[in-house]
Ligand binder design. Structure first.
Ligand SMILES: NC(=O)c1ccc[n+]([C@@H]2O[C@H](COP(=O)([O-])OP(=O)(O)OC[C@H]3O[C@@H](n4cnc5c(N)ncnc54)[C@H](O)[C@@H]3O)[C@@H](O)[C@H]2O)c1
Ligand SMILES: [Zn+2]
Length: 270
């Protein structure tokens, strides 16, 4: 089977291929930036049901992924932001040099410069695969890829997965909130937060965080954070950032709801 399309097409067709006759070969041709840098890589497949997102799925690797950047020419700005959020996440969790490259080149990504896009997509896939290959079934290290996603998930659920806030925009908000959490927990320094704010400002992405400058709005997300399926007990398992290009190890920062609320109250110091 060959799946051609965005992340949804990819996830559904890969899932079908993984269960038909107990699994047939699958080739993925992702056509959105998000699918090229994230969804098509790593072998997570699935369908959403009314019971919830990603509850039914398999781990099944494609035989081949072909990413052709000419597909991206017709992509809207909002969809470009979606993919960019995951590119930036990959730099933040693993590669300071790539982050520095993004500081200079993000504007060319949004302008769809083909050479820069190819570089960013390749780099992003390499970083994702680094984590996937070390922990295919997401028991530990692969969870690093969830940086920004605990709050992103809360934002998406609170907004009923409305198109007004895309996954990428929620991830951009989430990464900023979780960096602030890292800062109040003294896991990173103020410089990390400032570096992040700067790249958001340079690329007109700060709008994704503006609402959460008011910490009351962050607190309103807390009830939705709790239901994150990635958490295996009462505490919430956050991926926190140590510095640009490095996170704290997964499973090292499990926080109770009470603690989380206290940390959020300290956000307005920064
Ligand atoms: N399997 C994974 O590991 C993984 C990782 C991240 C995200 N995902 C999933 O991926 C999905 C999001 O992917 P997405 O952002 O690609 O969404 P999507 O598949 O909904 O595509 C976004 C929109 O772009 C359109 N589109 C696709 N290609 C286009 C092109 N070349 N030009 C113009 N428009 C185009 C689509 O029709 C759609 O309207 C979510 O369901 C998410 O759960 C999966
Ligand atoms: Zn994501």
């Amino acid at each position: 089977m060959i799946g051609i399309g965005g992340g949804i097409t990819g996830d559904v067709s890969a899932f079908a291929a993984s269960i038909f006759k107990r699994g047939i070969n699958f080739i993925s041709i992702p056509t959105t930036l998000l699918a090229q840098v994230d969804a098509a890589i790593g072998g997570k497949t699935g369908v959403n049901t009314k019971q919830g997102k990603n509850l039914i799925g398999t781990f099944s690797q494609p035989r081949l992924v072909i990413s052709d950047t000419s597909f991206l020419k017709s992509l809207s700005k909002k969809e470009m932001v979606c993919g960019y959020a995951e590119i930036l996440k990959h730099a933040l969790i693993k590669d300071n040099k790539f982050f520095n490259w993004l500081k200079l080149n993000s504007k060319h990504i949004f302008l769809k410069n083909q050479k820069k896009l190819i570089y960013a997509i390749k780099k992003s896939c390499e970083i994702k695969l680094f984590f996937v290959n070390k922990d295919v079934n997401e028991k530990n290290l692969r969870m690093t890829l969830n940086f920004g996603h605990t709050f992103a998930h809360a934002i998406e659920v609170k907004n009923n997965y409305s198109k007004n806030v895309t996954h990428g925009e929620a991830v951009l908000s989430g990464m900023m909130i979780e960096t602030k959490l890292s800062l109040v927990k003294k896991i990173c320094t103020l410089k990390t937060l400032k570096d992040l704010e700067k790249i958001y400002n340079q690329n007109n992405l700060f709008y994704t965080f503006e609402k959460y400058l008011n910490i009351k709005n962050i607190k309103k997300l807390v009830p939705y954070v709790k239901n994150d399926k990635k958490n295996d007990d009462e505490k919430i398992n956050f991926i926190l950032i140590r510095k640009i290009g490095k996170t704290a190890p997964p499973n090292k920062n499990k926080i109770t709801i009470i603690q989380l609320k206290k940390y959020i109250s300290n956000f307005n110091k920064y």
